[in-house]
Write a protein that binds this ligand. Structure first.
Ligand SMILES: C[S@@+](CC[C@H](N)C(=O)[O-])C[C@H]1O[C@@H](n2cnc3c(N)ncnc32)[C@H](O)[C@@H]1O
Length: 279
């Protein structure tokens, strides 16, 4: 199983694909169906070219070796899908405005802390959208203890998120007044302003490992992440999310994700892909 360095793509045998798929599921809960073989092959080729490797099997041996933990993380990073956008699935932000922010305002007035978690935050558009809505809708003072935590398994994409720099096309879903107010234009790019950045913290976190954050969170956004996990890894997360929510906290999922089965999950449905912790 060899390739010529610099060739278009490594040839991935079914057996090598299975080895990669096994690492993806055991390390990140990622279910990689055979239909994704061509995609995996092309991403793997790019990585192998960067490393100057010519054998797929040698690459997988390297990843599987106990000594190469860093490359194992790199492999997970190249297998993840990082598509995101500002105001994606806008009805969740509408729900925040109409059903949740009043409660946040009361907590802040009572000098209580408010925490929101964007789990699987990718390049940061989701936590920054939440932060924009906080700035626009809540009366914040210097004492307001409110933060958005963005976590992701992929350190490379978190680097981008931390920078908070986006292209014109990427910011096109933000209304232009808000974009002018909350981003600083530098040439062709838009930089999240200091006020926006000060509301967001980013941390690397594998959702299937231990969660060091104390919480509790008033809202958890975990959207378009679970769709990549197998059933068992999805199911294992419902009680964990529940345990990290405040008594009346909300969980927002992506458009094709559902808590299943909902009965006995400890959540009640509050509209499309919106769940509230049941008492
Ligand atoms: C498609 S993006 C979703 C981004 C954002 N939530 C949204 O809806 O726009 C999925 C993200 O989940 C992350 N991810 C995948 N597996 C993960 C895991 N086991 N733990 C934490 N994050 C994971 C990926 O790195 C990727 O950035």
């Amino acid at each position: 199983m060899t390739q010529v360095a610099g060739a278009e793509s490594a040839t991935l045998s079914d057996q090598a694909f299975q080895r990669i798929a096994k690492i993806a599921i055991s390390d990140a809960g990622l279910l990689i169906p055979p239909s994704k073989k061509a995609l995996v092959q092309s991403r793997l080729s790019r990585r192998m070219r960067a490393l100057g490797l010519v054998s797929v099997d040698a690459y997988i041996d390297k990843v599987e070796s106990a000594k190469d933990v860093a490359e194992r993380r790199e492999l997970i990073s190249i297998l993840t899908t990082n598509v995101s956008s500002f105001y994606r699935e806008d009805h969740h932000f509408e729900h925040l405005r109409s059903h949740v922010f009043k409660r946040f305002e009361q907590k802040l007035l009572a000098h209580e802390r408010v925490r929101i978690w964007s789990a699987g935050c990718s390049s940061g558009q989701e936590p920054y959208t939440i932060a924009m809505e906080i700035i626009k809708n809540l009366s914040l003072s210097a004492r307001s203890d409110i933060l958005v935590l963005g976590t992701d398994i992929d350190p490379a994409i978190l680097e981008r998120a931390r920078k908070g720099v986006y292209s014109e096309a990427e910011t096109s879903s933000i209304n232009s007044d808000d974009r002018d107010r909350l981003f600083v234009r530098q040439g062709a790019s838009f930089h999240a302003c200091e006020k926006l950045r000060s509301l967001v913290r980013f941390r690397e976190l594998n959702l299937h490992s231990t969660w060091p954050m104390a919480g509790p969170f008033d809202a958890i956004f975990c959207r378009n992440v679970l769709i990549y996990f197998d059933d068992a890894h999805q199911k294992a997360l419902w009680p964990r999310f529940r345990s990290k929510l405040t008594p009346d906290g909300f969980l927002y999922l992506g458009h094709s994700e559902r808590i299943h089965p909902l009965e006995k999950s400890g959540f009640i449905s509050q509209g499309a892909t919106i769940y509230q912790k049941a008492q």
